[in-house]
Design a protein around this ligand. Sequence first.
Ligand code: FES
Length: 98
Amino acid sequence: MSRAPILRRIASDVPRDEIAFALDGRACTGLEGDTVLAAILVQGERLRESDFSSAPRAGFCLMGACQDCWVQLESGERLRACTTMLVPGMQVVTGMRR
Ligand code: FES
């Protein structure tokens, strides 16, 4: 199974600040303007695993309609990764080993 990130950043002329966050306890970096989903999918090949099996999930609609991208913060708050902007210090928990 490939562990290559599912998303790859393209070159941009617009400078964006880095945003530090944690993904399942691992220190990661996203970019200003990233959604949580984008920040996670440039880290690896899946967002989370299915609630019903170990099938990989990566979001589907990317616009807040399908409910496929729920993740949790360490505080217990659940959020849709595709409609939530990444903020510094966010502690995202998916339950996966990364
Ligand atoms: S990917 Fe569909 S709601 Fe987030």
